[in-house]
Design a protein around this ligand. Structure first.
Ligand SMILES: [Cu+2]
Length: 364
């Protein structure tokens, strides 16, 4: 079950928290915020949770790698091996104090990934922050693709992230890409680290120590991925078990069983805060809102519908910048493809909070 919109970060003590993060270019599977996105495949739904982690230790869920296993019918981008690419992130995102990012490629439809670039320790923050922060100082990364990436019309590019602060989470977006390679038929690189995910190690809160979890990256074994889809190497030396045992849809709860469906989390905000002091966020049935234009303070308290995906009247209409979010009364709106969405409810008892770039559904 994918509601179109469904993730909200809940701020607790710090009053921070917000919109998590996702790539917007190349467009990841089913993103409503991506640039130049292919059509969502028939039978699938746009991913309102695209910014949310695919796994959370505290919240006890892990979704399949890539979250969706059905690719776009056409690639989000066509790249040539060796070329420079720029990976852009949602302008309305948070950094969770940084952490370890990897950029990887899969040639077996998203089951196994070989790393092509890393931004460890300070992803999104650039350098060690003075304190826990959600400020983003780097929102795109440019690097050269390996020159020996093999050709494929159905390669899968992934960004993955272990955040430095907040709940222990694993973020991953996948974009379907076509690669125009040279004569190489395989690529060898480190096996992508999976952590904070069911069946994998937990990398703890950094608490200012940016070497936290680095051993999984330095210890990752090389794997060789081939245009044919075969994979060799890898293993359990790093964090990642052999490719064959990588959790896929079968072992991971589907989105439908993710906590967003649990009304309990809405009803008991206290548990959220006790689970994660500081900055916490909780996928719940509502979602993350936005920024640019702080909102009308119009009262709609009375209208707050119970259903998360519900919408209420009011809010801005007309043109906007895709990816932005804004509070509208106690709910929020997301700018999809240049047009403001209806107003979505933050859920019972919650309301839209925050300002520019830090919009979230929170409890009073
Ligand atoms: Cu987040």
């Amino acid at each position: 079950m994918k509601s179109t919109i469904s993730i909200a970060c809940v701020a607790t003590l710090a009053g921070l928290a917000a919109a998590h993060n996702s790539i917007i270019s190349p467009c990841p599977r089913y993103s409503p915020f991506g640039l130049q996105c292919p059509a969502v495949p028939a039978g699938q739904t746009a991913d309102g949770d695209i910014n949310a982690p695919i796994s959370s230790v505290q919240l006890g869920y892990s979704q399949p790698l890539c979250r969706f296993t059905t690719p776009f019918a056409t690639p989000s981008a066509t790249w040539t091996a060796g070329q420079s690419v720029t990976i852009k992130f949602n302008p309305n995102a948070v950094s969770h104090s940084g952490g370890h990012c990897e950029f990887s490629m899969s040639y077996d439809g998203g089951k196994t990934f070989a790393v092509i670039h890393r931004e460890l320790q300070y992803c999104f923050v650039g350098s060690k922050p003075a304190a826990v922060t959600n400020d983003v100082s780097v929102s795109s990364y440019t690097f050269n693709l390996p020159s020996d990436l093999p050709s494929s019309d159905k390669a899968v590019f992934a960004w993955s992230w272990v955040n430095a602060s907040g709940n222990r989470e694993f973020y991953m977006n996948c974009a379907d890409v076509a690669i125009k390679g040279g004569s190489s038929t395989s690529y060898t690189g480190p096996q992508m680290v999976i952590a904070n995910y069911q069946g994998y190690p937990t990398i703890p809160e950094f608490d200012g120590d940016y070497t936290t979890g680095l051993q999984y990256y330095t210890g990752a074994k090389n794997i060789t991925v081939s245009a044919s889809g075969s994979t060799t190497g890898g293993g359990s030396g790093g964090s990642a078990p052999p490719a064959s045992s990588a959790p896929q849809a079968s072992s991971a709860p589907q989105a439908s069983s993710a906590p967003q469906a649990s009304s309990a989390s809405q009803a008991t905000p206290a548990k959220v805060s006790s689970a994660a002091p500081g900055v916490a966020h909780t996928p719940q049935a509502s979602s993350a809102p936005s920024a640019a234009a702080p909102v009308s303070s119009a009262s709609n308290a009375a209208s707050a519908p119970q259903s998360s995906a519900g919408s209420s009247a009011g809010g801005s209409t007309g043109a906007c910048t895709s990816g932005l979010m804004q509070c509208s009364g106690t709910g929020y709106q997301i700018c999809n493809e240049g047009v403001w969405s209806p107003v979505y409810s933050c859920g019972v008892g919650a309301s839209c909070k925050g300002t520019d770039g830090h919009i979230y559904c929170g409890w009073p």
